[in-house]
Design a protein around this ligand. Structure first.
Ligand code: KG4
Ligand code: ZN
Length: 338
């Protein structure tokens, strides 16, 4: 049988990552997270590009060393073409092209959002893969989409945010209550011990399967301002309940649209992907939906939720099987629709 070794390279935002897959199974999966952005409360594009430039060679070296292969064994290089920050994408794109040229092996461009979804196809023991067609809820710091997935690269966005991404709703709400960036995981942590019904936040009215989160953070801001005026210690005294209420409201928004999408498409196989799919609230809501509505839900392992290169490599693997290679004229694309 064939031995396919794919080196995946991811540099779309603030994580420099490389991974090696052998026939779809992970041999190594390295992520260098950039700490430099924390002090600014968000990703600074210029600093991200510079850090990628510093990290990319050591990260790829490490991925190949951990995989315990020779770089001559690599079958193809898969890289993130977009969407993402242009400066960040340029580092990975240029490096991937050069390495492919140097090693004389095919180059494969990958759409980052498709890769988040395809992470479900990484070969794992005791892990069920979705079958086609299924719906994917891709939720991250940059995106919020409901995607109808008919095949590996036959995907259609049937709903998306009209303003902020759901990760931003978490991070901006967290900032309002004084939590450091990125606040999503902290809201999740405190929410576990709070009362989700303590403070009701409104469910924005948006047509069809689309989302809106900019009004949500504003309602959190007004609520907190009003309460702290009456009691300056309001946040400290109610942190867990505030976090639980924010999380409950965001999860309800996501689940309402998913229910609508299931009704509209007749597809009740649901996969979640992206950084926010690490959230315990959405995970529990899906487990609950299996029992309550008979859905078949696919929840990724934590290491495949946030940005990583294993997902880029698995997308590359399936393109390799179809000999869907890129030529050297390919350019990075900050807004890359599929
Ligand atoms: O996919 P990702 O790593 O990067 C982007 O492509 O955006 O997603 C990062 C986002 C951040 O907004 C972060 O706060 C959020 O995912 N996030 C979470 C959790 N873990 C990560 N949000 C809520 N609960 C979590 N447990
Ligand atoms: Zn991502």
């Amino acid at each position: 049988s064939q031995n396919i070794y794919i080196l995946g390279i991811e540099s779309s935002c603030d994580d420099t990552a490389a991974a090696v897959l052998h026939n779809g199974k992970i041999l190594s999966n390295i992520v260098a997270t950039q700490e430099v952005h924390q002090q600014y409360g968000g990703v600074v594009p210029e600093l991200a590009s510079r850090a990628h430039q510093q990290n990319i060679v050591p990260v790829i070296h490490q991925a190949i060393a951990r995989a315990n292969i020779d770089k001559k064994d690599v079958s193809a290089i898969a890289f993130t073409r977009g969407p993402g920050l242009m400066g960040s994408l340029l580092v990975g794109t240029s490096f991937a092209k050069s390495l492919s040229l140097g090693l004389g092996i095919p180059l494969i461009e990958v759409n980052h959002m498709q890769a988040h979804i395809l992470a479900h196809f990484i070969e794992e023991e005791n892990f069920k893969k979705p079958s086609f067609p299924f719906l994917a809820l891709t939720i991250s710091g940059g995106h919020t989409q409901i995607v109808k997935v008919s095949n590996y690269f036959d995907m259609e966005v049937i709903g998306e945010t009209t303003d902020d991404a759901v990760g931003e709703a978490f991070d901006k709400s967290a900032k309002i209550i004084g939590l450091p960036y990125p606040g999503g995981p902290l809201i999740d942590k405190y929410a576990k011990e709070g009362n989700p019904k303590a403070f009701p936040f409104p469910n924005p009215k948006v047509s069809g399967l689309n989302f809106s989160f900019s009004g949500f953070k504003t309602s959190v801001l007004y609520f907190v301002q009003k309460q702290t005026k009456e009691n300056p210690d309001f946040i400290a005294e109610n942190l867990k309940d505030i976090c639980a209420s924010i999380q409950f409201s965001i999860v309800r928004i996501l689940m309402d649209k998913l229910k609508k999408a299931v009704k509209q498409t007749g597809i009740n196989q649901i996969a979640i992907a992206g950084g926010v799919s690490a959230n315990s609230g959405i995970r529990n809501a899906l487990i609950d939906a299996e029992k309550r509505y008979g859905w078949n839900c696919f929840i990724p392992k934590f290491e495949y939720t946030t940005d990583n290169a294993a997902m880029i490599a698995i997308a590359g693997h399936y393109k390799y099987l179809e000999e869907d290679f890129s030529d050297y004229s390919i350019t990075a694309q900050a807004r890359y629709k599929f």
